[in-house]
Design a protein around this ligand. Structure first.
Ligand code: SF4
Ligand code: SF4
Length: 165
């Protein structure tokens, strides 16, 4: 485990191998084929871009971007569904059209949780199995944590990303 300053005065405890590298693979889209946890601030921001009643769903007291069945064979999970915002071309409609995406989407393939007041960061179990971008480049995750971990995470009582639809 290693303590890293991610933003000025904001430290995280890194639980993954410091040598691990990551570069997202074009056309993979695996992490966009699922429902997406929305923190309260994300939920409020999403209202600027989309109809919340149509695009989100509540589950166990949390808000999520919902999945929907897609009329296509690519960029879908085995059940033919994907994140509401994943377009036919494999791009995120929110990011492509508004330059914004939910915090959970920035964090992937990492997982965060708080323990004893510390923000702890590891690689998501599902990413170890499915993410094609791990260990395929020279870009070490530990050197680029600010790109994955927005400062908002330090302000949340419970940022745990293991909550899934
Ligand atoms: S909101 Fe965008 S980036 Fe996040 S899972 Fe959906 S399509 Fe992917
Ligand atoms: S699963 Fe990994 S490689 Fe695939 S789109 Fe997501 S971050 Fe990129």
């Amino acid at each position: 485990m290693k303590r890293v300053e991610v933003h000025p005065g904001r430290e995280a405890i890194v639980e993954f191998d410091p040598g691990l590298t990551f570069e997202c693979v074009d056309d993979c889209t695996w992490c966009c084929q699922h429902g997406v946890l929305l923190y309260e601030e994300d939920f409020a921001n999403l209202a600027d871009y989309a109809d919340l009643a149509e695009t989100t769903t509540s589950f166990r007291g949390e808000e999520f971007v919902r999945r929907e069945g897609k009329d296509r064979e690519e960029h879908v999970d085995e059940d033919g569904a994907a994140c509401y915002f994943l377009r036919d071309d494999g791009l995120c409609a929110l990011h492509a059209e508004h330059g914004w995406k939910p915090t959970r989407c920035s964090i992937f393939p990492l997982a965060v949780r708080k323990r004893d007041g510390d923000l702890r960061v590891d690689v998501r179990e599902s990413a170890r199995e499915h993410c094609e971008g791990l260990d395929v480049s020279e870009r070490r995750l530990i050197d680029n944590l600010e790109a994955f971990l927005p400062e908002l995470l330090w302000e949340l009582d419970d940022p745990d990303t293991r909550r899934e639809l």
